[in-house]
Design a protein around this ligand. Structure first.
Ligand SMILES: Nc1nc2c(ncn2[C@@H]2O[C@H](COP(=O)(O)OP(=O)(O)O)[C@@H](O)[C@H]2O)c(=O)[nH]1
Ligand SMILES: [Mg+2]
Ligand SMILES: [Zn+2]
Length: 345
């Protein structure tokens, strides 16, 4: 039962101490209204967790669950991978969108112009998570252009990533997609891109709700409300997500270096090691732009995403410093109160 949710020997090994403590393994399917739906060997249960026991659970986590009438997530297994987006506000933490993902499917529709920057952003997020990205361009039947040409255009900004073209109307590309996916798969992309439709094609069932696109603006209704996890018929596990139009990057430097590998490679030939590729002499990046071998848009996009990632990282550092400071003050207050009390007695 749990095997179809991705449980393997390495998990069993990591779980030994929890087993000995009388806990049972479970995978988190979805988290909503303060409870987690988890799948155990005996089926799904709704479980609580204590706010003091580390980070909150998210879809894809493996957890150790108590056998009480009201099951509780006693611990989470260390995450093999985690897809992390920037915090929503100055005081909140970066948000884990999904854990223990092997393949991130970046889904974009061919019915609308290709959003190069958003694909680069999603790929950075995917690489940084530790999972392997794949780009899927959906709705080939609605493309106002040659899908093969669109595919080439995306392949040029998705270095080292498979780019597939699909259509659920004609069935194009669906076999290739199914073959390209392994392990736990997450579908990421804006609402209306065709994620749930792809999910249903992979599941071979209408298990996921899909939405009709509003006429005119090409946008979908928000039909998928939760991130949810389902086993695939031929092995593997699927996580469908609601639309992510604006996903902020959180400290994604490694992912960005991977996405913009050709710029990193060029930069090694710049005369100065700290070249910023603006007006330095002997700049190999600017030379490539002048020679027409590097699109200026790529460098602009790299800079913009780097700034965003750095900013989110520094904001998070500031939040952690503030948290530590508050903790220190609380401890000091506690000690003072204790000494004061002793002093009186
Ligand atoms: N013509 C066509 N329509 C599609 C395709 N894939 C999805 N759709 C439609 O696009 C709309 C949004 O799809 P959905 O899967 O709900 O998108 P999601 O929001 O990304 O999950 C639905 O009306 C689907 O029927 C496709 O390949 N071709
Ligand atoms: Mg959906
Ligand atoms: Zn340079």
């Amino acid at each position: 039962m749990l095997r179809s949710y991705g449980w393997d020997g390495a998990h069993e090994h990591a779980f030994a101490a929890h087993r000995a403590a009388g806990l049972r393994p479970a995978r988190v399917v979805l988290v909503d209204r303060g409870l987690a739906t988890v799948v155990t060997a005996a089926g799904p249960v709704r479980a609580t967790w204590s706010a003091h026991s580390g980070p909150p659970p998210c879809t894809g986590d493996w957890a150790a669950v108590t056998t009480a009438a009201q099951p509780e997530l006693a611990a989470l297994l260390p995450r093999r991978t985690a897809i992390v987006r920037a915090a929503a506000s100055r005081t909140s933490r970066p948000q884990v969108l999904a854990a223990n993902v092997d393949t991130v499917v970046v889904v974009e529709s061919l019915a609308t112009p290709i959003p190069a920057g958003r694909i680069e952003r999603m790929l950075a997020l995917a690489w940084d998570s530790g999972a392997l990205p794949v780009v899927v361009l959906t709705k080939a039947d609605l493309a106002g252009r040659d899908p093969a040409e669109a595919r080439e255009e995306v392949a040029a900004l998705a270095l080292g990533v498979d780019v597939l073209v699909t259509s659920i109307a004609t069935g194009e590309g669906l076999d290739i997609l199914a073959a390209a996916l392994t392990g736990t798969i997450v579908l990421l992309g804006p609402s209306g891109a065709g994620k749930s439709s792809l999910g249903n094609a992979l599941l071979g069932a209408e298990a996921l709700t899909t939405g009709a696109v509003r006429a005119g603006d090409g946008k979908g209704r928000h039909t998928t409300v939760h991130r949810e996890l389902l086993p695939l018929p031929n092995g593997g596990v699927l996580i469908d997500t609601p639309g992510l139009r604006a996903v902020g990057l959180h400290d994604t430097e490694d992912g960005l270096q991977q996405v913009f590998a050709e710029i990193e490679e060029l930069a090694r030939d710049c005369r100065f090691a700290d070249c910023r590729h603006t007006s330095e002499p002997g700049c190999a990046v600017r030379a490539a732009i002048e020679a027409g071998t590097l699109a200026p848009r790529r460098l602009d996009s790299y800079r913009r995403l780097q700034r965003e990632s750095d900013w989110a990282a520094s904001r998070n550092d500031a939040r952690l410093r503030a948290e530590r400071e508050n903790q220190r003050k609380a401890i000091t207050r506690h000690l003072r109160a204790t000494y004061h009390f002793r002093g009186q007695s």
